[in-house]
Design a protein around this ligand. Sequence first.
Ligand code: HEM
Length: 975
Amino acid sequence: MFTNIQSLFVFNSWAIILPCILYAVYRYFARNFDYWAKRGIRGPKPYIGFGNTLHKFLNQTTDLEVQWIYEFGKIYGIFEGNRPILTVADPELIKSILVTDFHLFNDKEANPLFHSKAHPILATNIEVKVGDEWRRQRAVLFKLNPWDDTSDRKAFVGHANDVFTPSRLRLLLSILLPKSVLNALGVKHPVRESANEYFFSMTRHIIAERKRNTNSISNDFIDLALNAANINTETDSKDEDDQDISATNGKSNGTNGVTNGVTNGVNRKISKTGDSYMSEDEALANSWLFLNSGCKVVATTLSFIAYELALHHNHQQKVYEEVMAAIGSDDKDVDYESLSKMPFLEAVISESLRLHTISIRMRRMPLTDYKLGDTGITLKKGDTIEIPIYAIHHYEQYYRNYSVFDPYRFMPENKDKLVPNAYFPFSLGSRQCIAMRFVHLELKLTLINLILRYLTRNFDYWSKRGIPGPKPMIGFGNILHKFLKPITSLEVQWIYEFGKIYGIFEGNRPILTVADPELIKSILVTDFHVFNDKEGNPVFNSKAHPILVRNVESMSGEEWRRVRTVLSPTFSASRMRKMFVQMRKCVDSMVTELDTRITTTSQSYTEVNIIDVFDRLSADIVTTCLYSFKLNPWADTSANQFVVNVNHVLTPSRLRLLLYIMLPEYMLRALCIKHPVLDSAIEYIISMTRHIIAERKRNTSNNYNDFIDLAINADNNNKKLMSPGSNGVKKGIKRGDSYMSEDEALANSWIFLNSGCKVVSTALAFLAYELALHPNHQQRLYEEVKGCVGTGDKEIDFESISQIPFLEAVINESQRLHTISIRMRRTAVADYMLGDTGITIRKGDTVEIPVHGVHHYEHYYSNSNVFNPYRFMPENKDKLVPNTYFPFSLGNRQCIAMRFVLLELKTTLIHLIMRYKFSDDCPHRPSPTTTVQYFPSLTTTPTVRPGKTCYRQLILNVPRANFPDKYLPSYFNII
Ligand code: HEM
């Protein structure tokens, strides 16, 4: 009982004591929280123990302060732990604090990273120092150039990085706790000690070296520091001798009685205002500051500028033009004078420093009580003022559309529109960044040299050789033109402007464009051995994909020859005959499908999406003929998935495509930039082929004699050559051996499936489109086909199909007008004289043939934009300019599937034309507003064709104006 009462008593006392303690703690930590409220100054709510510091730590960006300006006005109070801080974002007041009344605010609080607390040496750097101590150091350092290179850049940069990735916890503690507590708790400086030590010992080492070798005068920071330290040492030694030199007024008398402060060793004590000296610790601390700011801070600024220029190629181009205008066209170097003739470069730097403010806040403390303008606020001596630089730079009232990178705000003609004193990336007044001019100089020189020596280093490649060409854009060369223009009229325009040979740039890489037929023939056919090296289409291309790298389109030299030899039989003449029968069956099933759709509808017409129909047909044909694999394309099952995945190939990411074209392979890998085509689409097609190969290997009873059989045989050969024979010796691979690895089979299968599907269906759609627009040509085609096939249900045979000249002419003209493979490239494997042009193509140079440009050049094809199949009729063939028609390329690297494609186009067209009529006279033609997104579709309505019993009319429902541009899949526009 007694125990219970006692315990109750104990409990009761704790119940009273504990809240009292908690209250006392609360009162202690919140003792100042009414500091601003009592003075009528608003601000965000502080938290016990943290004040508002935690907000800053938890909010990654400094938008917080912009938000506070909106919420509380341009003057508001915050707390750091328990310490009140007044934030001032009013430009006029800021000017008073930083400039006009600087003498009252010289006391400042340094960036906590450079901060003294808990570090004996860093305590002495100029950033931390105030008053006369600051003035003394600043006088010593003002003349210096803090740039010094080190031998071990990696270590240097690594340690500099460490400085800028301090421990966030230690940083928070060093902000919140006083020095005594930090020392008592053993909390170290937020930066890793090894990094600090690295910079100290580096400076110590340089100082020691300089002391050893006194011959050279560098007049740099180290010399300045040494001189200042010598004066300091003299002072110390005289102090030891207890000599009073105060009478000399801080000036030393040399042997000749002249004041020089260093060499004469006369008694003096340096302690007066204006004395110029600095201790070695101060030199080390400042060296640490210079090295880090000079390295990481400037590098960050440069990165931001580069980033903005990359995003704004128009500004980048303007900088380039300004630099070129300032330095002249010859290989002149940039001199100091020309730097001042580049206002736009200056504006770019200023705008980047505004938008990406690096030094985001600064602080000042008044040395006496101070009336803050006419605000009615009186700051007490020792109060802290914070100036939120970043927030001011991002405050809409000072900078309209503040988040937009717009260098024009800082152009001389707009400077009077800027709000005064609202821009201070380097601060203002006497404590402005000591290295501001140095940083500006460094930024300008780096950017200019980057532009001249790196980004445009080859831009005179063609002009020096007298070859004209379109003006390249810095960073892109002429590639962006190709990306921005919807279709390739660009190259036709360039041929007119610069002639049949002109130079362009891809990024910084020079490319020679050749549109002269004779020279094209030499490059593609006659001198093929010099141009066997070729650059693959960037969608099919290898870069950064381990399997796709193995496709024949991207291969060169011997490797290409071997794989091409293995693949060629896939499209041999004897196989064409067999494939023709298979194709006919596929086309029949398409017709059956269309008929079914017509008969099952109650309406007088049926709308069919033409792209979908041709996609499914071509998918059916390619899988049947090359893989002996039946898709069941008209069902909405796996066929659909197949078509969807293949379609992804034709809608690659444009950004990744651009990067793929511009960047070298190693960089793509390093930056982990994926292939422009969706991973899942690549994987779908690769695993489908793997699956078919595995099935075929399991069931060996049938001989299909198709691509898969060829691939399996070639892979078997590969394995035979690579594995030891019965005698235990590997046969090894010799030139001319016929083999192909499984990866090569997969990569080529990917090309076959994609080209076989989408490329062919695109060609078919263009054909249908032109026939719909030209009923006269369609009628003639119909009559020729009918003449060949005859009446009744007779099927056309393999022989007759190549005996319809107008069919051939229609296909050729459609391929010319709607060139699918619009450019081709070759790389020279040796120096090569380009005909009698006097131009030598150097080994490694890339030559581009603008196929679409040549097909649309008026000198080769008059009325080149008109669909006129008669140009390709036998009676007109001699009027064609030789070697100006190559939709499938020419020579040894001509499309491997050309015969297959032509057979497919002809077979499909014959079947459609015999049964349907293409027309664009659609009862439901979409209105102009909807046509933009509208895909061409087939509308079928029953109709009667004269002379025949019952035909159905196929109405091609297409927006005429947009069709070609819209329909050409996006990547054909670019590559
Ligand atoms: C209308 C349809 C097609 C057109 C216009 C076309 C056009 C071309 C062109 C111009 C080239 C040469 C590129 C160069 O020299 O840089 C080429 C190469 C190639 N084509 Fe086609 N193609 C078509 C359909 C197909 C189809 C259906 C396949 C496969 C089933 C295919 C497979 C290939 C292959 C593998 C190459 C690379 C040949 C080599 O580098 O040796 N193409 N194609």
